[in-house]
Design a protein around this ligand. Sequence first.
Ligand code: FMN
Length: 273
Amino acid sequence: MSLPPDIRISGNGQFSDHERAAVYRVIFERRDVRRNFLRKPIADDVLARVLTAAHHAGSVGFMQPWDFVVIRQRATKQAVKQLFQKTNEQAAMRYEGARAALYRSLKLEGIEEAPVNIGVTCSRQRGGSHVLGRSTVRDTDLYSTCCAIQNLWLAARAEGIGVGWVSILDHGALKRALGIPRPVKVLAYLCLGYVSDFASQPELETAGWRARIPVEELIHYESWGIKVRGNRRNGDAHYEGLYKNRGRGKNKASRGTTGVEGQSTSRGLRHPR
Ligand SMILES: Cc1cc2nc3c(=O)[nH]c(=O)nc-3n(C[C@H](O)[C@H](O)[C@H](O)COP(=O)(O)O)c2cc1C
């Protein structure tokens, strides 16, 4: 797998400020994309990079349960689009009045416009019946595959490629359309392509469907429902310096610069909430 010439992996374990900013930037500028696809094809080596990024996700017991079905043929896209239309019609019936009208106005897929579609699957038997970790929580193979999809999404964004996740599909019918064997679960159907621009906020937010929840509302301290951070001098072992970070310096939070809850990671970066 070849990296672009301007990307060097130094291997010294550190990220420069510029690299760190790029990681946050790709996270905050990732979008679910359903429109504005360009006709520019995705070159094989670029797609290989994106898929390799997906393949480097964490997975339970390192089982790597994913496969990627890369679709470029129009006939396959048309077949999947028909599946979407049928399921989306059923989904629209769940809403009434203004909400139903708003739902019908949303564009929720870019199947035919996107030059590449990818079906992402999870082989639930890969690695045998006892996979480290998965034996305790059966669905961790599904979680792992979602991690791979997120990697793909972020790598694609860094390449200037938009990705749209289409979940409004009958997965049984989708599996038949893509020839996916019975024991393999289809997890995602993704539409990929270069786009003329990336929106600055989720399309559903722009359309007035739903707004982003302030992150503070989702953080609990020590126990569910406790929204006020306790006195960190009282019981935070890292803060009090009780844990030593062998050879890599002590926790610096007490010096007011960085640390487990230090602010330095966000300095100079614009973080949407
Ligand atoms: C599991 C999953 C399924 C999704 N399914 C659809 C879908 O069927 N159609 C669609 O338009 N967007 C779909 N999305 C995209 C979400 O609507 C989108 O992520 C969300 O509105 C936030 O926007 P953003 O991704 O641009 O930040 C899906 C996203 C996820 C994670």
